[in-house]
Design a protein around this ligand. Structure first.
Ligand code: PBG
Length: 324
């Protein structure tokens, strides 16, 4: 026998020495759901162990994450129903909850990278990512609003704006608007290959943002398509994206690898709410070892080619890595 691959698996020390994929806290982005009010920390029923928080509680959480080595947060706002409309008006106010939160986090912990969700659905009375006219999600009008939203986030101090809407041409429009407004140092993380997925269900519960009519298939991608993801990513790179994202993660590991092999900029993946819920539910039933499932799935996303991972498991992952 010439080749004995088991030699490299013989002990924990050897396995560690030759381990190819390394997960570290600063590879993780923590999504945070912010609500109006004070002293609020409410568990999201379809995301057990995950919370909507008012800004004061969010600041505490940001400190906890930073202590653990997490260096970026991805902010989402829950907008009350009476402030929603078709144009996303509430999203643009200088003293809106997103803008106020960005300023507060920057002041509280300047080293934490703030990435902000740029999309209309949390603010839309239709629960869609764009302006609706005659049941259609109108592209160019929506892009104008998204560009204004991005500039208002940059003005408040966001390090990266993260458009999650899948409208055409929005990266170019955002970059141009940021430049025109003098925000040359604000980055763009684009949700480039975002699929029309059933795995967003718990997130829509968290923000009460489920579409009121139809679905998102005229803008989010068909799960059957791979080559189209490359097209979307290359467009976003040419339009000025700094980081591209594939979303969801687990059912799309092949897409993550494809994108990693095609681009020369950092690739992120979003391990989405439904993927979190699946692991939680199976663990609650005693059907899976939760920690092992968390580590294995997160490693697989990194191994597939994601440099950065947005996940609701950030704190668990750091705890598991520290105990390993
Ligand atoms: C919408 C948005 C969604 C998510 C992030 N931004 C849901 C959707 O497209 O309906 C989902 C994230 C998750 O499921 O964890 N702009």
């Amino acid at each position: 026998m010439i080749h004995r691959p088991r030699i490299l698996r013989a002990s924990a020390s050897i396995r560690k020495m030759v381990q190819e994929t390394i997960l570290q806290p600063h590879h993780l982005m923590a999504p945070l759901f912010i609500v109006e009010g004070e002293n609020i920390e409410e568990e999201i029923s379809s995301l057990p162990g995950y919370y909507r928080r008012s800004l004061d509680k969010t600041l505490e959480e940001v400190s906890v994450l930073y202590e653990l080595g997490i260096r970026s947060v991805l902010l989402f706002i829950k907008c009350p129903d009476h402030k929603k409309d078709n144009a996303g008006t509430e999203a643009l106010f200088e003293d809106g909850l997103m803008q106020t939160s960005i300023r507060a986090i920057r002041k509280h912990l300047p080293e934490m990278l703030i990435m902000t969700d740029v999309a209309l659905d949390p603010y839309s009375s239709y629960g869609h990512d764009g302006i609706v006219k005659d049941q259609e999600i109108v592209n160019d009008l929506t892009v104008d609003v998204l560009a204004k939203m991005a500039v208002s986030h940059a003005a408040a101090g966001a390090h990266f704006v993260a458009p999650s809407d899948m409208m055409d041409g929005r990266i170019a429009a955002l970059r141009q608007s940021l430049e025109n407004a003098g925000f040359h140092n604000t980055g763009i993380m684009s949700y480039s290959a975002k699929y029309a997925s059933c795995f967003y269900g718990p997130f829509r519960d968290a923000l009460d943002s489920a579409p009121g009519f139809g679905d998102k298939k005229t803008y989010q991608m068909n799960p059957a398509n791979r080559i189209e993801a490359v097209k979307e990513v290359l467009l976003d790179v040419s339009e000025g994206a700094d980081i591209v994202m594939v979303k969801p993660a687990l059912s799309y590991l092949d897409i993550i690898r494809e994108v990693k092999n095609t681009t020369h900029i950092p690739v992120s993946a979003y391990h989405v709410s439904g993927e979190y819920a699946m692991i939680k539910a199976a663990a609650q039933k005693g059907w899976l070892n939760e920690d092992q499932a968390i580590l294995e799935t997160t490693l697989s996303i990194k191994r597939a080619g994601a440099d950065l991972i947005a996940t609701y498991f950030t704190k668990d992952i750091v705890r598991i890595l520290n105990n390993a």
